[in-house]
Design a protein around this ligand. Structure first.
Ligand code: SF4
Length: 311
């Protein structure tokens, strides 16, 4: 009996640590990108997956302790996929007492109608979904739209674009919507997927499966995901360093003529970004940049939450 109590105490301790880390990550991302300002009404897009449940919980958490006022409205789009358990999200959202709206649109039917059998349906489906979410944000008077993509999604997108698209392009933590009317934010941008996964399991969210539409999973994304997970196991810290690299771009040392005026370089001009290191052996740190050992980082004293303070 005592053993069981000990385990439960330990589990609770670990869950608290995890929650603290997620809150810190979200708070830092919000501050770094000025994602939320006084009076914002944030439409939190809820798919019923682990990421969006976690995002909603952490945002509600921060709402309690933030020195600014903002409101949240959770939105789920019921795309009328066969077998979609439509009672789950309303029951959950009512149980936690959050304002919400379920939007019902049969995008599944449209996609099935327009796309021939066996072809990828995701691009039309996501375009339709985006349009509906933008319209809903306007109807609800939302000033920001929050999506649940995390650090690993951002890195995966970066590699997908590099490997298949010939571009160095990730997924921005904050951006203007295509119609220029909405600001989209990704508060989980600094959160590790494995933390979200552990948190979602511990919190026992009523997860809705993401394969109801019957679409084939994106194989290229899966391959990249496996590659990153493998690197994470074999080279601890590599993921953190790569994410730091996305925040430390040196345009004068890349090859994009639209980002840096290579043609305009003149004799006698100022040295840019440390000059040319082509002949030098560059000093690299022993430990990957941005990495802390797994068990120590949750209690790290780093507190950079100038906007959202953790209690
Ligand atoms: S997986 Fe299904 S629901 Fe998701 S974007 Fe693709 S078609 Fe749409």
């Amino acid at each position: 009996m005592q053993d069981k109590q000990e385990v439960t105490k330990k589990e609770q301790y670990n869950l608290n640590k995890l929650q603290k880390r997620l809150r810190r990550n979200v708070g830092e991302a919000i501050a770094d990108y000025n994602m939320i300002v006084e009076g914002d009404r944030i439409m939190v897009c809820l798919s019923g997956g682990k990421d969006s449940y976690t995002m909603l919980e952490i945002l509600r958490n921060l709402q309690q302790s933030a020195p600014i006022n903002f409101s949240l409205v959770a939105v789920n789009l019921d795309q009328k996929q066969p077998g979609f358990p439509e009672h789950i999200l309303p029951a959950y959202l009512e149980s936690i007492g959050v304002e919400y709206k379920i939007v019902e649109e049969n995008t599944y039917g449209i996609v099935k109608d327009k796309i021939p059998e066996g072809k990828t349906t995701c691009s039309l489906c996501s375009r339709l979904r985006r349009g509906i979410l933008y319209r809903t944000a306007t109807e609800l008077g939302a000033t920001k739209i929050a999506l649940g993509h995390h650090r690993d999604d951002i890195l995966q997108t970066m590699f997908l674009n590099m490997f298949y698209g010939g571009k160095m392009k990730g997924m921005p933590p904050k951006l203007m919507s295509d119609d220029g009317k909405h600001i989209v934010i990704r508060p989980l941008a600094y959160c590790r997927e494995k933390d979200i996964e552990r948190f979602a399991i511990a919190r026992e969210y009523p997860i809705i499966p993401c394969n109801l539409c019957g679409s084939q999973p994106n194989l290229q994304r899966q391959v990249i995901g496996e590659m990153l997970r493998d690197w994470d196991k074999r080279y601890p810290g590599r993921i953190e360093t790569m994410f730091s690299a996305m925040q430390n771009v040196v345009p004068s040392h890349m090859c994009d003529t639209t980002l840096f005026d290579f043609k305009g370089l003149k004799h006698g001009a100022e040295v840019v970004d440390g000059g040319d290191l082509a002949f030098d052996r560059e000093e690299l740190p022993m430990q990957p940049v941005g990495w802390q050992p797994e068990d120590e980082d949750s209690d790290s004293p780093v507190q950079r939450l100038d906007i959202l303070e953790i209690k």
